[in-house]
Design a protein around this ligand. Structure first.
Ligand SMILES: NC(=O)c1ccc[n+]([C@@H]2O[C@H](COP(=O)([O-])OP(=O)(O)OC[C@H]3O[C@@H](n4cnc5c(N)ncnc54)[C@H](OP(=O)(O)O)[C@@H]3O)[C@@H](O)[C@H]2O)c1
Length: 301
């Protein structure tokens, strides 16, 4: 399977590359990406996703495109400029990718494009499979527009899969790396009322679903990339404390304190999404890590 990956220098992308043979990479800085990713023998091309169509010459013999590029959501304050980058890197970036795909004489068969459970916004205890309606906040609107842009590739005969990714848990980056320091100092505590649902996924299962979706022609459209057993924030806090053998006895951090400290990004930490991977399981994907405690142990031991 000849694959091209955007956002390959990121947390998810690097782990995906390890499973691919001689992958092609599109990066904002191709030379830097080739240096950073030398161990994966990548061939990299430069692409300014927000301002130009993807370079057509990168797609020679490419069968599947994994599109992961996007301004980091959980890094830095959400200023007006940051919000514009969050949106444009995904929506305009995907438009600029699909523009090229649609014009290629030999098109890839499949586009696996990232999205997020942020699509659903803040939904309390509602169980969310892929048929659930979208939410209406900033991230939800980005996800809707991001998916819509990617779906235009379907008009060009390409099978499109939208991965609604949950909180990715793995070593060496992502959400867990950010949580570890306070927890290791015994300062881990739940956030807000702690009843909000967290749809998590082990990084190995995310890569597993991506490769499964690339090979399984019956999968198309949205697919929740989340473990079958989401947990509340309070359960997550307890499980992480237990895995690290550290107490989690502090009172929860009130939502207002989070909002004062983090601004609008706090709403992401307080939002409740109880997503279930109905499409992935219906297609036959078998999760390696379905329970949070075991998944955390696997990552942290
Ligand atoms: N990690 C999670 O928990 C999670 C959850 C839900 C959804 N997702 C989505 O899954 C995708 C991959 O996640 P990740 O955690 O691997 O992300 P990441 O580590 O932040 O990496 C994303 C990559 O996108 C490129 N990028 C960054 N800013 C950009 C910009 N302004 N314009 C264009 N490209 C930019 C970078 O590649 P270059 O520097 O090489 O260009 C970067 O390595 C993202 O789209 C993310 O929104 C992730």
């Amino acid at each position: 399977m000849r694959a091209l990956v955007t956002g390959a220098t990121g947390f998810v992308g690097r782990h995906l590359l390890a499973q691919l043979e001689r992958p092609i990479v599109l990066s904002r800085d191709g030379a830097r990406a080739e240096r950073l990713l030398a161990e994966y023998a990548v061939r990299a091309f430069s692409w300014d996703a927000q301002n130009e169509p993807a370079p057509a010459q990168a797609f020679e013999d490419v069968e599947v495109v994994f599109h992961l590029a996007g301004e980091p959501v959980a890094q830095g304050r959400w200023t007006r400029a940051k919000k514009a980058r969050l949106r444009d890197s995904r929506v305009t970036g995907t438009r600029n990718l699909v523009r090229t795909l649609a014009k290629l004489e030999h098109k890839p068969r499949t586009l696996i494009s990232a999205s997020a459970v942020g699509y659903y916004s803040d939904r309390g205890d509602e169980t969310l499979d892929e048929s659930a309606s979208p939410g209406k906040d900033f991230l939800a609107e980005i996800c809707v527009a991001w998916e819509e842009e990617s779906q235009k590739a379907a008009d060009a005969g390409i099978r499109v899969v939208n991965l609604r990714i949950g909180i990715v848990l793995g070593s060496g980056g992502g959400a867990l790396a950010k949580m570890l320091t306070p927890f290791k100092f015994g300062l881990g505590s739940s956030l807000g009322h702690g009843r909000q649902w967290m749809s998590w996924i082990h990084l190995d299962d995310l890569i597993g679903i991506m490769l499964f979706a690339a090979r399984c022609d019956q999968i198309r459209g949205p697919i929740n990339a989340t473990a079958p057993n989401p947990v509340t924030n309070r359960q997550f806090t307890k499980a992480l404390g237990k895995a690290l053998r550290r107490p989690t006895v502090l009172p929860s951090v009130p939502g207002i304190v989070l909002r004062l400290g983090m601004g609008e990004f706090a709403s992401v930490l307080l939002a409740s999404q109880k997503a279930i991977p109905r499409a992935a399981q219906a297609a036959g994907y078998e999760f390696v890590h379905s329970q949070l405690e075991e998944a955390l142990q696997d990552i942290l031991d």
